[in-house]
Design a protein around this ligand. Structure first.
Ligand code: ASP
Length: 449
């Protein structure tokens, strides 16, 4: 059994839905279809979810609603008419969209979620009818009925553990189930969404619950590229990578899949494949628990900017018991998440994301380090990027870091910091952001060309 999730660009219009129908028809194991809301038809188009946010904002501020309601309804209407679906379906969708503007505003922390979830929910109803009209025994299933119970954290729902047992029963349904992604139902019956892009999470949760043989995630690219195609010209797509490698790549800029979507499938030991709705014969990228070693120790190279580092030196730092804890304490007190902590004998740097810092927090940290911890020198470096070379096979290869540093030095790129975890899944280089693209290109050249 396969759980198959289609993203917004795969469902943006009638043409795309025809491709989806073919994909579902060609494999009888595709029993669970999880769908997003209609996405962008072209790059300057809007995602339906973004229009629903504007609708919500207009409703709560008392702005006129007619135009925005029409634009939402028309997205569905155009698809319904092109696919010759029923007037009854259109009426249901119209009532649902207009009905959102009758929900209570006061004391309703789930209002925003109800608006957003309607994109996925109505789309699932539409797709179920489209499948039925084309000879597929399909039915729409609301996440509440499916057993997808979540915590009461608006826009940041977490699955409740009891859901897994409930959702396991989905296996007993006959025919194909079309389930809207992105939201679950709280104990009190409220609609509560995951964070943005969360339909990937729904697919992964269902795949884990029913112990699917495969979780297929259909998007608009031929899988995961070994480097960002905006940086490296025509990078190859990766055939197979492990969950750990995917997590490392996703951390530094590979955003094909929602971060949280990896965990349920990984824990449920379900392999995942990223495939292209517009090129379904391409095998895509498979994410597996283990993969046999291949020749190249590196699977991918990612990079991300907007990092800063707080650097400090203190003579005999290594002899001072509790120094590191005190440094981390001030970060905790200021609610700052840190990412990496490269050290020297007498110096330590803490790498954090730029968004974690404010001028006031920065001043407080510098004062604390100078006065309370009596460091000899302290500075903050901005405009940093991290570059990661990723591959589980690095641990059985000698010279990977040497090859990387050689490539960087030949391109006159200064490495500010280097860090490698003991699992040896990745090596991270910190460089000045002006060198980020050059560094990725140089490393791609070194490992893949
Ligand atoms: N439609 C939602 C969003 O745009 C969820 C999703 O597509 O996965 O964030």
């Amino acid at each position: 059994m396969k759980v198959t999730k289609f993203g917004g660009s795969s469902l943006a219009n009638a043409e795309q839905l025809k491709k989806v129908l073919n994909i579902v028809k060609t494999d009888a194991n595709r029993k669970f279809i999880v769908v997003s809301a209609p996405g962008k038809e072209h790059s300057d188009d809007q995602k339906l979810t973004d229009i629903l946010i504007a609708y919500h904002d207009a409703y709560v501020t008392g702005a006129p609603l007619n135009d925005i309601q029409d634009s939402i309804i028309n997205r569905f209407k155009t698809i319904i008419e092109s696919l010759e679906l029923s007037q009854k379906l259109l009426d249901t969708i119209i009532n649902n969209i207009k009905g959102l503007a009758h929900l209570p505003i006061e004391n309703n922390p789930f209002l925003y979620d109800a608006f957003l979830a309607s994109g996925e929910d109505n789309n699932a109803k539409l797709i179920a009818e489209y499948f039925r009209n084309n000879g597929i025994k399909a039915r729409y299933l609301n996440p509440g009925v499916a057993g997808l119970m979540v915590s009461s954290e608006p826009q940041n729902a977490r699955i409740l553990p009891a859901s897994y047992d409930k959702m396991e029963k989905l296996k007993e349904y006959d025919g194909i189930l079309v389930i809207p992604g992105f939201f679950g139902i709280t104990k009190d019956g409220q609609i509560c969404t995951f964070s943005r892009g969360g339909s990937d999470i729904t697919g992964s949760l269902i795949a884990a619950a029913i112990s699917a043989d495969l979780y297929e995630n259909f998007t608009d690219v031929d899988g995961i590229f070994a480097a960002h195609p905006g940086v490296v010209k025509k990078p190859h797509s990766i055939k197979k990578l492990t969950y750990k490698e995917m997590r490392e790549l996703a951390y530094a800029g590979f955003t094909v899949l929602h971060d949280e979507a990896l965990i349920p499938a990984y824990r449920g030991r379900v392999p995942l494949v990223i495939k292209n709705t517009n090129n379904p014969d391409h095998p895509g990228t498979k994410i597996v628990l283990d993969r046999s070693t291949d020749k190249n120790p590196v699977v991918g190279i990612s990079g991300d900017d907007r990092f800063i580092s707080i650097n400090m030196s203190k003579y005999l730092m290594n002899r001072e018991v509790g120094f590191g804890r005190k440094v981390l304490q001030i970060l905790e007190d200021l609610h700052i998440r840190w990412e990496h902590m490269p050290t020297g004998i007498d110096d330590l740097s803490i790498v954090i994301r730029e968004r974690e810092m404010t001028p006031i927090k920065e001043k407080e940290i510098l004062t604390y380090l100078t006065h309370n911890l009596e460091v000899d020198e302290v500075s903050v470096t901005k405009n940093l990027s991290i570059i990661m070379i990723v591959g589980e096979n690095m641990k059985s290869h000698v010279g990977v870091t040497a090859a990387a540093t050689k490539a960087l030095s030949e391109n006159k790129i200064n490495i500010t910091m280097i860090s490698q975890g003991s699992s040896e899944v990745s090596v991270m280089f910190v460089v000045d952001s002006k060198d980020e693209k050059k560094a990725i290109k140089a490393l791609y050249q070194a490992f893949f060309n």
